[in-house]
Ligand binder design. Structure first.
Ligand SMILES: C=C1C[C@]23C[C@H]1CC[C@H]2[C@@]12CCC[C@@](C)(C(=O)O1)[C@H]2[C@@H]3C(=O)O
Ligand SMILES: O=C(O)CCC(=O)C(=O)O
Ligand SMILES: [Fe+2]
Length: 328
């Protein structure tokens, strides 16, 4: 029997099939390894009845005079909202998506040169939560924590700087947006100015927040009714800021209603509460259970930025901490 968490992590989770994504270009039928549902009747699992169609998550203008109230309400009700007027240039978002498209379009053997190592944080690979499911996801990802340089060099030995510059710029923009939103949320929770300053002072861990970037790719899927793009999960840090391209697929779970689509709103970024924010808010903000369904004809991409205290993010490099977090 395993005697430590790191041993549990080592022993149970890291079989090769749990690290290396499928070569999606070469498959014409859904392999059994990726078939989550055995019949074609998946409709009951994720459709919602039209008369129960809930109003969708709020779209909030970051410059609105009552933004604190709007965000507070959205987070209490949904744990999620979309934000516009956020000052992140759409040209920068487009550049990130174009780089993601270029990366995932590389031949499988090239992408494998930048494979995330079993104990590493940055690189190409399956979603971290993969080992906790017996089936595999219709998904491949590229995670960036700190610099992407080493891995990008493996992909494009001579032209990797542009990729790194664009990712760095985007992370900077995301960090400042996330910090702004964090302050608004603390305000809406009733944390007064003095305490906000304390929490965010240069020695406190909220000020020392860091971000991780995840490029997600969901290739076209021969049988989307039986496959899962990204399995149901909650994000573990404070806030996630997500850009999805114009293709449906993201769904959130609502108690008593079921899986509800989050349709893309052009130009808006999705913000969702993670487990740490749920804890900090003393459970006033729910952490959002969400998943992604793949598409039969269109390749879907999304860019997620996870924002959380530096200490927690650096602990993601430690197998024992990861098994602690993901086993919860
Ligand atoms: C900083 C983070 C946040 C991580 C772990 C680590 C790097 C990659 C992130 C994701 C990205 C995909 C979904 C998720 C659930 C996963 O499997 O890996 C995320 C996870 C989390 O939100 O916990
Ligand atoms: O692709 C999406 O829309 C969601 C991605 C996601 O949930 C994640 O990266 O944690
Ligand atoms: Fe997520």
């Amino acid at each position: 029997m395993a005697t430590s968490l790191s041993q549990v992590f080592r022993d149970t989770h890291l079989q090769p099939k749990h690290i290396i994504p499928l070569d999606f270009d070469t498959v014409r039928e859904l392999p059994d390894s990726h078939a989550w549902i055995q019949t074609d009747d998946f409709s009951c699992a994720y459709q919602i009845r039209m008369n129960e169609l809930p109003t969708t998550i709020p779209v909030i203008d970051l410059q609105a005079p009552n933004v604190v109230e709007l965000m507070g309400n959205a987070c209490r009700r949904w744990g999620m909202f979309q934000v516009t007027n956020h000052d992140v240039p759409s040209s920068l978002v487009d550049e990130v998506v174009e780089h993601a498209r270029r990366l995932f379009a590389l031949p499988a053997e090239q992408k494998l040169k930048a494979l995330r190592s079993p104990s590493g944080a940055t690189g190409y690979g399956v979603a971290r939560i993969s080992p906790f499911f017996s089936k595999l996801m219709w998904h491949e990802g590229f995670t960036i924590m700190g610099s992407a340089g080493e891995h990008a060099k493996q992909l494009w030995p001579h032209h990797y700087e542009d990729f790194c510059d664009v990712m760095d710029n985007y992370q900077k923009k995301m960090k400042s947006l996330a910090y702004k939103i964090l302050l608004l949320l603390l305000k809406s929770l009733g944390v007064d100015e003095e305490d906000q300053q304390l929490l965010c002072s240069s020695s406190a861990s909220l000020y020392q927040s860091e971000s991780a970037l995840q490029l997600n790719s969901y290739p076209t899927c021969p049988n989307p009714n039986r496959a899962v793009g990204l399995a149901p999960h909650t994000d573990s840090l404070l806030l996630t800021i997500l850009h999805q391209n114009d293709i449906n697929g993201l769904q959130i779970f609502q108690e008593g209603i079921g899986w509800t689509p989050v349709p893309p709103v052009p130009g808006a970024l999705i913000v969702n509460i993670g487990d740490l924010m749920h804890i900090i808010s003393n459970a006033r903000f729910p952490t959002v259970y969400h998943r992604v369904i793949p598409n039969e004809t269109r390749h879907r991409f999304s860019i997620a930025c996870f924002y959380g205290p530096r200490l927690i993010l650096s602990l993601h490099h430690c197998p024992s901490f990861r098994s602690l977090v993901f086993d919860l």
